[in-house]
Design a protein around this ligand. Structure first.
Ligand SMILES: [Zn+2]
Length: 474
């Protein structure tokens, strides 16, 4: 997740700040396209057409959720066939993958047939040249690029076509509609700078109003904005809303009760749920998404589990290469049915989960996933007791060139080690940037020690944690 698990607001929100775009040339292919440049490539008419298309997509998705599960699965299957044919025809990596197991796209009739295909991991994609993993019939210059390292601590660049991205807002609106979201409701998104969106003309008129504030700004500013804006929907990283709620509780600050609070990116445990509910008067709803695959699953207000968007993704749960029974924990493998520029087919998202065969009491027939494991990260605890969202540090690091994978370990209040495996683009500057960019988050008093390592540490259960604090009690 953006953190690995970004909630994508819309395609324009995927651009980094100017400062970042200057710093991140991508293997000499492109520099990150800036939002304005990208929008300028479309005429007003084209942008209008896209908005109309998204309107119809919203209608379609809203309808799908009430269809019989078998009917939604038919939609999923049709999209899957189309994607597999496209990947086999246009993406060398997937053609080789199919050929390596002697399978043609037509051999995969159902989702359960998918298991004949080997799983693709982030590290596999990282090692391959771009022209092997992207579609040869799509001009990448017209695509949107994003980059994330997520809970794996392994940065990777992604490409999406406009059509790939157009589904993301409608998926989000379907989720919001489940809490009675209206066009006149306002949303406050507290997210990282790269995902700060722009305001559309209709938002200035108060329709689908959305304001952004950087997660990097102090928690006091987040609270102030919540007080002044009185948003109907608050959207932020789990660790961040926990920090906000803790501060509000400590200082006895009250705010207008929002309609819903959506958490993203990290595990939302019962204690955190209780804290947020007691402070805001409304229990949070968790969303499971990733930059690669968009919105994967979400909680409705019945909170019986996470509804899987099976009309936009395929989620498999496996152990030792085999599908596990519902109710059993396994590795989550996701296929993004709207990934044509750079397909993600049987992609290991690095999390574990439990699929369920229970139906939700809300009446929606999108199947349920019970729990998502593996997104646990520690807070960084400073000497004065202040807790810092771990996400701020991963954000600070993930764009530094020369890092294949990293892990941040807080050894003591004033000492943080950044272990990393070096890669292309590594130079002494990499070390300096790790130090200065991390100190920008935690302060100059904290010693930041970058260390080149051969491998990174997994915990006893085999889980990889990108941020570990030896002081954390969370
Ligand atoms: Zn439900």
């Amino acid at each position: 997740m953006c953190c690995g698990k970004h909630t994508t607001v819309d395609e324009n929100s995927l651009f980094r700040s100017d400062q970042m775009s200057r710093e991140i040339p991508f293997r000499g292919y492109f520099r990150l396209r800036r939002e304005k440049e990208f929008r300028a490539t479309f005429s007003r008419e084209e942008n209008m057409k896209r908005q109309i298309r998204q309107f119809f997509l919203v209608r379609e998705l809203l309808k799908n959720q009430w269809l019989k599960t078998s009917q939604i699965q038919d939609i999923q299957q049709k999209k899957l066939h189309k994607l597999l044919h496209h990947a086999y025809t246009n993406v060398p990596y997937y053609r080789q993958l199919f050929d390596s197991v002697g399978v043609k796209p037509g051999d995969i009739q159902t989702v359960s047939d998918l298991s004949v295909l080997p799983i693709t991991t982030k590290s596999t994609l990282r090692e391959l040249p771009l022209n092997q993993i992207t579609a040869q019939n799509i001009d990448l210059k017209t695509c949107i690029k994003d980059r994330t390292s997520g809970s794996t601590g392994m940065p990777l660049n992604f490409f999406f076509t406009r059509d790939d991205m157009d589904i993301r807002s409608p998926v989000e609106i379907r989720m919001l509609a489940s809490v009675g979201y209206k066009a006149t409701d306002s949303t406050l998104a507290i997210i990282d700078d790269r995902h700060l969106g722009t305001t559309y003309w209709f938002q200035r008129l108060g329709i689908l109003r959305r304001e952004y504030i950087s997660i990097l700004s102090p928690v006091e500013e987040h609270i102030k904005r919540i007080q002044t804006m009185k948003p109907d929907i608050i959207w932020t990283l789990t660790s961040n809303i926990v920090l906000i709620a803790s501060r509000m509780q400590a200082d006895n600050i009250r705010v207008t009760r929002p309609k819903a609070i959506y958490t993203i990116g990290e595990f939302l445990d019962p204690n955190r749920r209780r804290l947020i509910a007691s402070v805001f008067g409304v229990a949070p709803l968790d969303q499971y998404s990733s930059t690669e695959c968009g919105g994967i699953a979400w909680e409705c207000s019945a909170r019986m589990g996470y509804h899987i968007n099976i009309d936009t993704v395929v989620v498999e749960c496996i152990n030792n290469g085999k599908h596990v029974q519902s109710g059993e924990s396994g590795e989550l493998i996701v296929t993004n049915l709207h990934s044509y520029a750079m397909p993600f087919i049987r992609y290991s998202v690095g999390d574990r989960g439990i699929l369920s065969d229970k139906m939700c009491s809300c009446g929606r027939n999108l199947p349920l996933m019970m729990a998502i494991e593996g997104r646990s990260v520690d807070f960084i605890v400073l000497e004065n007791g202040k807790r810092i969202s771990p996400y701020l540090l991963t954000c600070a690091i993930e764009d530094i060139p020369g890092i294949v994978r990293y892990q941040i370990i807080q050894e003591a209040a004033k000492q943080i080690t950044v272990n990393f495996i070096k890669g292309d683009g590594f130079s002494p500057e990499t070390l300096r940037k790790i130090q200065t960019q991390c100190q920008g988050v935690v302060g100059k008093d904290v010693e930041i020690k970058p260390v080149v390592v051969e491998s990174l540490v997994h915990d006893k259960s085999g889980k990889f944690r990108v941020v570990i604090s030896k002081l954390a009690t969370n």
